[in-house]
Design a protein around this ligand. Structure first.
Ligand code: PNS
Length: 188
């Protein structure tokens, strides 16, 4: 029987740490769905469709760069209810999450227990490649919003997008650095 796994997240934006987890998880399961999910506790910076596109492109690039077949990876989004509803719909039995620290363990444990309780979906945790152990989307947004270089932490297309957004007058308020409000809305 084939096992379908889901890597869910806000991916606002996708980081090289996410990508590392995605590529490694793709090697562990028959089918891997990367799912951009709205997190009710967060205010997003990047539109969902754009986030999906960034992940699709990053996976395609990783396939070429690492010469690894990633044709079992599907990238999509979900906004119609619980994460486990998506799992039930596509027949996924496993969720995959990256764990960088004790903070992540504390954040992920209740969700893992709830998802198993709701629908019997198990959560598998992958430890990060040390190169990406300290990278988070929220830090990337903060650094980019304040004019820092995020090239080492995200796919090039994402870094370019964040740079452009910072330069766009539409993204600025009169007394605030661009992105600053979005960067401060979440802890991870
Ligand atoms: O990247 P994030 O923001 O840490 O991802 C969190 C996410 C989106 C996976 C989480 O918020 C989630 O599972 N949202 C779906 C809502 C849901 O199913 N909640 C109940 C079970 S915990």
């Amino acid at each position: 029987m084939s096992t379908i796994a889901v890597v869910p997240g806000s991916f606002d934006p996708v980081t090289l740490g996410h990508l590392d987890v995605i590529v490694r998880a793709a090697g562990l399961f028959d089918e891997l769905h990367v799912l951009v999910v709205h997190n009710p506790g967060k205010t997003a910076l990047i539109p969902v469709e754009q986030r999906v596109e960034f992940i699709e492109h990053a996976v395609a690039d990783a396939e070429v760069d690492q010469a690894k077949p990633l044709d079992n990876v599907v990238v999509t989004s979900w906004s119609e209810g619980l994460l486990v509803d998506y799992c039930t719909r596509v027949g996924a039995s496993v969720l995959v999450k990256g764990i960088r620290s004790q903070v992540d363990v504390a954040y992920e444990t209740p969700m893992a227990i709830m998802n198993r309780s709701l629908a019997g979906v198990e959560t598998v945790f992958l430890l990060p490649d040390p190169a990406h152990a300290l990278v988070s989307s929220s830090l990337v947004r903060q650094v980019a919003g304040l004019g820092g270089d995020v090239d080492p932490y995200v796919p090039r297309e994402v870094a370019d997008y964040l740079r452009q957004r910072r330069q766009s007058p539409h993204d600025r308020t009169s007394d605030q650095a661009p992105h600053a409000s979005a960067a401060n809305t979440e802890s991870r």
